[in-house]
Structures are given as structure tokens and as C-alpha cells.
Write a new protein. Structure first.
Lengths: 117, 175
């Protein structure tokens, strides 16, 4: 607990800062609302229709690939901490793990899943 | 009440509150956003328990990736038509109440009476040696070649991820 206490203090300070900035700007900021300012998108193209249609499945595909590579990265955390103790063996472990995943990575790349047509 | 207990109660209250928001909010996208808060608070509980690695995994995978995927899935399946109440109330809430009560009682019973019940804080059993934290111990178990370790299962786990990658592409792409 003693070692993790700074994390909580940090989180508390971060939340406090965010709340404080929001509160201060609402109190001291001038409020002159116009319809343009209250619109969700103040700049850019005028929206022609509400996005009623469903989103393409490409988004979900990208999300799933993101999860897979996320899990890969998470499993490297303990390995990275132990790298000095494990020396070459750790590096070989890492490379074998990466090599297997590289097959999938190249497959995804060749299939063109990273391009957004 | 010391500081750790105070932090625990703050986190616990926010956690239960956001859990209730997940099931109670009328807009299902708001529920998904409350789910992010829930996962973050659960990570806080893990940090309090000195389980740093689980906390990292909780933040990176659950709060980061899984909720994003849930949001994408909601956008994919959103019913056409502007309805704000996408998460309507269910008439079977009392069945859920009974099931939740039974589950809660059985969890409390198991946690208090089983021989694997929560180790008393401060006793030496189950404590890591000084200077070795949770992430180091997990790393030793997973990757170390000298002591008993899970090197082979770790490498095989990459095969599972490979299957997931290829499966996502095969199912998700039309061509």
C-alpha cells in the first residue's frame, strides 16, 4: 500500500485539476451563447442528415485487431521488467512470441485490413 | 480509519454507483461510458490489494480495449430511428433481484467460510519477499528458465492470439 499511495494521490490531483478548471471557467468565463456556439459542431461541414445508418463492420474489425495487439503488449510488461535478469533467454522468448504473431500481422497487412478504403 | 481504508471506501462507493449506472441508465451508450468508470475503479481496488499487474491489465485491456469494442458493437447494431431510450427497463427486474441476492449471499458465504478464505492482512502467508513486487513475481513465473515456469504456455498463448487475428480477418472481411 505504501508504494502505491503516490498513484492515488496522482489520480486525485488529476481529477481535482480537471474539476477545478471546469468550475473556474464556468464561474469567471463570459457567457454569450449564439446558436452557432451551441451547435455540437461549431466548425466544418454542415451536417446534411443525422447519422441514422449503422456503422460499417470495419470499425469492429479494427477494434478486434487492437485488442489482440493490446494483449500482446500487456504480456510484455513483466518480461520488460525482468529483461536484465533473463538476458539472452528473455530476448529469444520475446522473439519467438513476436515471430508467431508476425505471421498474423503480415497476413492482416497483405489482406489490406490496415488500409481504409 | 487509515488512508488505505478511506481510499477503499471512496473507490467502492464510486464502483457500486457506476455499476448501478451501467444497468440503470436509459441510453445504452451512457451505460458503456459508465462501464469505463467501473473498470477504472476495479483497477483501483487491485492497486489497493498490491496486485499491480492485474491493475495494468484492467486499465489497458478492459477500460481501454473492451469498452471501445463494446461501443463499436453498439454503433454497429444501433436500431435505425431516433430513439433516446435504447436501454429500456425490463419487467423481469425482480427475478434479477432474487438471482443477485442469492449470488451475493453465496459469495459472502464462500469468502468467509472456505479454507481458501481471504488471508488475514499482515500475516506472512502469501506475502511476497521484500523487494519483489507482483509484476516481478509474475514475470519470474512466466518467463524464467531456471525455476518452474510457464515459458511454453506463454509461447502457445501467441498462437491463440494468432488464431484470433486470422479469425477476425476471415469473418470480418467480405473478400
Amino acid at each position: 500500500m505504501a508504494t502505491t499511495l503516490p498513484i492515488f494521490i496522482m489520480v486525485a490531483l488529476a481529477i481535482l485539476f480537471g474539476v477545478l478548471v471546469m468550475v473556474i471557467t464556468t464561474i469567471i468565463g463570459p457567457k454569450k451563447p449564439t446558436p452557432e456556439k451551441l451547435a455540437p459542431y461549431e466548425c466544418g461541414m454542415q451536417e446534411i442528415a443525422a447519422p441514422k445508418r449503422r456503422f460499417p463492420v470495419k470499425y469492429l474489425l479494427t477494434g478486434m485487431l487492437f485488442i489482440v495487439f493490446d494483449i500482446e503488449i500487456v504480456s510484455f510488461y513483466p518480461l520488460a521488467i525482468l529483461m536484465r535478469q533473463l538476458k539472452v533467454f528473455g530476448l529469444i522468448e520475446l522473439l519467438v512470441f513476436l515471430l508467431i504473431l508476425m505471421v498474423g500481422y503480415i497476413y492482416v497487412w497483405r489482406k489490406g485490413a490496415f488500409t481504409w478504403e | 480509519m487509515d488512508l488505505a481504508t478511506l481510499i477503499f471506501w471512496i473507490i467502492a462507493v464510486i464502483l457500486v454507483g457506476s455499476a448501478l449506472m451501467v444497468v440503470g441508465l436509459r441510453n445504452i451508450v451512457h451505460s458503456a461510458v459508465a462501464l469505463i468508470l467501473l473498470f477504472a475503479m476495479a483497477a483501483g481496488i487491485y492497486v489497493l490489494l498490491d496486485a499491480e499487474f492485474i491493475a495494468i491489465v484492467q486499465i489497458l485491456i478492459y477500460a481501454g480495449a473492451v469498452t471501445i469494442l463494446i461501443l463499436f458493437a453498439l454503433m454497429l447494431t444501433r436500431i435505425t430511428g431516433q430513439q433516446s431510450r435504447t436501454n429500456p427497463t425490463n419487467k423481469q427486474w425482480w427475478i434479477a433481484l432474487v438471482i443477485c441476492t442469492l449470488l451475493g449471499v453465496s459469495i459472502i458465504y464462500a469468502a468467509t467460510t472456505s479454507p481458501h478464505a481471504v488471508a488475514t492482512v499482515g500475516s506472512d502467508s502469501g506475502q511476497l519477499p521484500a523487494g519483489i513486487n507482483n509484476v516481478v513475481r509474475i514475470g519470474q513465473l512466466l518467463y524464467s528458465p531456471t525455476q518452474y515456469s510457464f515459458v511454453l504456455p506463454f509461447e502457445i498463448a501467441s498462437l491463440v492470439l494468432l488464431v484470433a487475428i486470422i479469425g477476425a480477418i476471415v469473418i470480418g472481411r467480405e473478400d
